[in-house]
Design a protein around this ligand. Structure first.
Ligand code: ZN
Length: 440
């Protein structure tokens, strides 16, 4: 006989407080200059390590990971555009978005016409600084607001980027919380963006809260893994290094753009049938708030890697407003005003609901399947008959009827058109009697 343990997640803070704590972490991480490699990214992982014992891995430049190679490590000390009289027009000290990420070092006087080829601005949002990268191109560049760009009237400027690209390491963090079963839920969040809040400090901060909740439970049925890694090259590196244990992953989510005012959006897996799709779609339909689901496409965040044909993991992405679908995306306006504690809290709540189902969902077997079992003699039925059956009793009848060894509690909830929590309560009561057993 198998024993089923019902998990009731114990929270040290209210959901609302968790939104506030997430926001504070975002404020702390916001100034750091992150990229796919370099000191700002490592510093970010070290700060997360204060919350739990993160396993920080270093992978050397040149290491082959599937079709890619770990690039040189990029670090930057200062950067500016200066008039020949020595007045700084653009200064990296004011915003780390001012320099194209992975810019080569440069220190020279250039004519304005040449400088223009290395400038990026957004004419339709004249106050915003764009975020640009040049990871695999040997170039340099500055990003600035259109208003700042219009002030450049001199014939020549001095440009200085004091950066280096040297053999070094790519870093990522992996935090594993073992449960009774090796069945694993993976939460992946990217850590390579500099001073941008929704994309993706929101993901980092929420993953940190979820990891803290799960690590503080006395027992868990399932195992959980949190991966904090640079986008694309980081997720590909992690997949390459963990090929032997990927088969344990039963469900998972790419957590990104999770703190803005938009409704929750679920991007489905590439396959028609996917357990994560079932889990998330149930949660979103049950929570009563507006939400969206979008079909898989091979663009977006790291679901691209998890859903590549050779990897094909049951992973989707639960976010708020998708990448590229809000005007502040990849600009300086993705700042501390765009994300808010209440939206972070709302996303945390949905993730906890998903985790709760993943923890408690199981397939049971009705031990008295010949006709309805007599609930009354077990104290599980109403005392007097009436017109309508109470939902709590109806839930028990659904659990008994579909606990034929074929249907999970989540599938029963879907068939009964009830919330998982209602079906779970019914199953817990039945399980406490002789009527229900766990299947092997
Ligand atoms: Zn991004």
């Amino acid at each position: 006989m198998n024993n089923h343990h019902w998990t009731h997640l114990k929270l040290d803070h209210s959901i609302e407080e968790m939104g506030e704590i997430s926001y504070s972490l975002i404020e702390r991480l916001y100034p750091l200059c992150r990229s796919i490699t370099g000191e700002g990214t490592l510093e970010t992982l070290k700060i997360l390590n204060e919350n739990f014992d993160l396993n920080i891995k270093c992978v050397a430049t040149g290491t082959q990971v599937f079709d890619w190679n770990i690039p040189k490590e990029w670090n930057i000390r200062e950067a500016y555009i200066e008039s020949l009289s020595g007045k700084k027009i653009i200064d990296f000290k004011h915003s780390n978005l001012h320099v194209v990420s992975y810019s080569y070092p440069v220190d020279k006087v250039v004519p304005l016409a040449e400088l223009e080829k290395h400038l990026h601005s957004i004419p339709e949002h004249p106050d915003w600084i764009p975020y640009r990268t040049a990871y695999y191109n040997e170039t340099w560049g500055f990003c600035l607001s259109e208003k700042q760009r219009q002030t450049l009237q001199d014939e020549h400027y001095r440009v200085c980027i004091d950066s280096d690209l040297k053999d070094g390491h790519l870093h990522y963090g992996d935090y594993f919380i073992p449960g009774e079963s090796r069945d694993e839920f993976l939460i992946f969040t990217h850590i390579c963006h500099p001073s941008l809040c929704n994309d993706n400090l929101s993901g980092i901060a929420i993953a940190t809260q979820l990891a803290k909740v799960l690590s503080s439970q006395t027992s868990l049925n399932k195992s959980y893994r949190f991966v904090f890694a640079p986008a694309t090259i980081g997720s590909i590196t992690w997949l390459h290094q963990n090929q032997d244990s990927l088969h344990n992953i039963r469900a998972g989510l790419v957590l990104a753009v999770a703190g803005d005012a938009g409704p929750l959006t679920y991007k489905k897996n590439r396959n028609k049938e996917c357990y994560t799709d079932q889990l998330v779609e149930h949660v979103l339909a049950a929570n009563g708030r507006p939400y969206k689901t979008v079909a898989f496409s091979p663009y977006g965040y790291d679901e691209r890697q998890f859903c590549s044909p050779g990897i094909n993991l049951p992973i989707g992405s639960l976010m708020r407003t998708p990448n590229g679908c809000y005007p502040e995306y990849h600009t300086s306006a993705d700042n501390l005003g765009l994300v808010q504690p209440e939206y972070l809290a709302d996303t945390i709540s949905a993730y906890l609901d998903v985790i709760n189902i993943f923890e408690n969902n199981a397939i049971f077997l009705n031990q008295s399947p010949f006709g309805e079992p007599q609930l009354g003699k077990r104290g599980l039925y109403r005392k007097t008959g009436g017109e309508n059956i109470e939902r709590s009793i109806l839930a028990k009848l659904w659990v008994l009827n579909l606990s034929d060894g074929e249907h999970s509690l989540l599938e029963i909830a879907e068939r009964a058109n009830m919330r998982f929590s209602e079906i779970q309560v019914a199953a817990e009561e039945l399980y406490s009697t002789d009527l229900l057993e766990l299947t092997t």
